[in-house]
Design a protein around this ligand. Structure first.
Ligand code: SF4
Length: 341
């Protein structure tokens, strides 16, 4: 049976840190106290939607394993008391993982642990006041895998002190720990954060939208190539760091993930067709991926026309597999694999 994720946000609960990009402490006016009653109410409400589906409950937005162990246990017991909740996922920090905490999570049916890694470079982590090192992340990933949990990693691009090379290298290092899922977030300047002060003082320049799309597309490609399921690229208004937040600056776009997928497709197609002249290029694409192929405002088609200026370009729907684009030219027929996007 289909299993959907029911997210329950516990904003910065029990988090003793104040990462410079995170708003969760400062936007506290909007947040309700974390209590078992409040969470029980939210779960009951969430379960009313699509009442025939099994559910994985996700405790997001805080630092779950830093919560007092007794209260962690209460939260886990609560989730387990609902028959339709078949498993639990949590998000937390790498330095809040140890054997005792992992044993508790295992006991209470936690299946997935998402770690806020952000970067594998200590100077970047320091500049962001993360309060942990890359070694903490390595240790945590190893332990999570050893205990048999699904491992999720969250990375951020464009943080202070980071560079394109460090962001790319972070993704490569992470793949060596065989994560199961990944999220990629471009750094945004959120109102009320220390990063916002740095931005206002001219000490931090966010990535442009194009830079962020380019970098995230490279990182997503690295993850996909190693079999990591990328479940999110870019922030959604209801998710994690920008929970109830106002974005002051940075590469925010409501369809950021689609922009990244379009960029990946563009590169793959160019790589495949590069170096030849064509008079006709026909793309056969599944309807689900049509907009990713042509790009926002047909930007990919415009770029294909510039690159292959002698070719007549046509895009047709095809009911073939979702993860493939067939390209037919006057001289050959080829398939580009876009599975994982
Ligand atoms: S990003 Fe995570 S660890 Fe950092 S302050 Fe926010 S909730 Fe705490």
């Amino acid at each position: 049976m289909k299993q959907r994720i029911l997210p329950i946000f516990i904003p910065q609960y029990a988090c003793p840190f104040n990462c410079i990009f995170c708003n969760q402490k400062t936007i506290s006016g909007e947040k309700e106290e974390v209590s078992l009653d409040r969470i029980k109410r939210q779960i009951e409400q969430g379960l009313k939607i699509n009442s025939d589906e099994d559910v994985e409950l996700a405790y997001y937005g805080g630092n779950f394993t830093a919560i007092d162990m007794t209260f962690q246990e209460r939260l886990l017991e609560l989730a387990n008391s609902f028959e339709r909740i078949k498993s639990i996922r949590i998000s937390t920090r790498p330095d809040c993982i140890d054997d005792e905490r992992l044993r508790l999570l295992k006991l209470y049916n936690v299946r997935t642990i998402e770690l806020g890694i952000q970067s594998m470079f200590d100077d970047v982590l320091n500049a962001c006041a993360r309060g942990h090192t890359a070694q903490h992340s390595k240790n945590a990933m190893e332990m999570i895998k050893k205990f048999g949990f699904l491992l999720g990693v969250q990375v951020m691009v464009g943080l202070p002190k980071s560079t394109p090379e460090k962001d790319i290298e972070t993704a490569k290092i992470l793949t060596s720990f065989s994560p199961d899922i990944a999220r990629i977030y471009p750094t945004l300047v959120i109102e009320g954060t220390y990063l916002a002060k740095m931005y206002q003082r001219g000490e931090y320049e966010p990535l442009s939208l194009n830079e962020a799309v380019e970098r995230c597309s490279q990182i997503k490609s690295i993850f996909i190539e190693k079999g990591v399921n990328v479940i999110r690229v870019g922030l959604q208004p209801t998710e994690e760091i920008n929970y109830n937040a106002k974005v002051l600056a940075g590469p925010f776009h409501p369809s950021f993930g689609e922009l990244v997928d379009s960029e990946i497709i563009f590169r793959k197609v160019v790589e495949r067709l590069h170096g030849k002249k064509y008079s006709k290029i026909l793309f056969m694409v599944h309807p689900k991926n049509y907009s990713k192929l042509v790009g926002q405002k047909k930007s990919n088609i415009t770029r294909f026309k510039q690159l292959f200026s002698h070719a007549e370009i046509e895009v047709l729907y095809s009911s073939e597999q979702v993860g493939r684009i067939k390209i037919i030219t006057e001289s050959n027929e080829t398939v580009v694999d876009i599975s994982g996007l």
